[in-house]
Design a protein around this ligand. Structure first.
Ligand code: URA
Length: 248
């Protein structure tokens, strides 16, 4: 049996909510304790053993935490930013002080963002040596001929760095409203250099006009997770990252 505390106090101590906001969330039926909706703030809960959720997301700022977010354009992958909204603005009830993004996406890139407080595993997922593939859907201006595709697959010089071998599959060619040719493709890279995919295509004289991350290692962005939404990752999903990070 763990320490007993009032539910409204627990919420304001362990989330970004004030006591008043916590009371509002309680009254509107957003709070569950071990799956049951609780509306009264003075109910005593067991801080170590009870599972308290707001809008289905568990409140916790202790232990290992992993979240998956479907990032919309317009948000930066940083804990704070003076000029832009951050991915943490999409997670209003989550205490973000020890959390960080695993492999940042650019402000205009969409799709899978993993957020954790596990620095060691995050480092392994990003290391090129660990062979964790990150898959992106990319829309580029122009045609990707066989020469460009083979350059992509053999390493491209960006800045003073030659990229590891990447994978690329052309999915569809289409014309935009001005009759310009657009190529849709799926690209997989192992490392995660700053603006890597945009720079790789720029080196081939192609402009990326849309970028979406759909997968990291064996973990695919969950289909039910709409753009702008996030949820905690399940044990099984986290294990998928561990297995890959250990190269098994
Ligand atoms: N490569 C880029 O150029 N941008 C991203 O956001 C991710 C990979």
């Amino acid at each position: 049996m763990g320490t007993k505390v009032r539910l409204d106090r627990f919420i304001s101590n362990h989330s970004k909510m004030t006591r008043t906001e916590a009371s509002k969330a309680l009254k509107s039926g957003k709070v569950t304790v071990n799956g049951d909706i609780i509306k009264a703030g003075d109910v005593k809960i067991d801080e170590e053993n009870d599972k308290i959720c707001i809008d289905g997301v568990e409140i916790c700022d202790i232990g290992e935490r992993w979240y998956v977010l479907n990032k919309p354009a317009g948000y930066v992958c940083a804990n704070e930013d003076k000029h832009h909204k951050t991915v943490f603005d999409l997670m209003p009830n989550v205490v973000s002080k020890d959390l960080f993004v695993v492999g940042r996406l650019d402000i205009d890139t969409e799709g899978m963002v993993l957020i954790t407080n596990n620095g060691n595993l995050a480092h392994e997922i990003l290391s090129p040596k660990k062979h964790i593939w990150k898959d992106y859907l990319v829309k580029v201006k122009g045609v990707l001929d066989t020469e460009k595709l083979s350059l992509f697959e053999n390493g491209i010089q960006i800045d003073d760095y030659i990229t590891c071998k990447a994978k690329i599959t052309v999915l569809e060619e289409q014309k935009d409203e001005n009759g310009e040719l657009i190529t849709n493709c799926r690209v997989s890279i192992r490392e995660g250099k700053f603006h890597q995919i945009k720079k790789m295509f720029a080196a081939l004289d192609c402009e990326v006009i849309y970028l979406f991350r759909e997968k990291m290692g064996d973990f695919m962005l969950p289909l039910e997770l709409e753009i702008g939404n996030f949820r905690q990752m399940t044990e099984e999903e986290i294990k998928l990252l561990y297995i890959k990070a250990n190269g098994e």
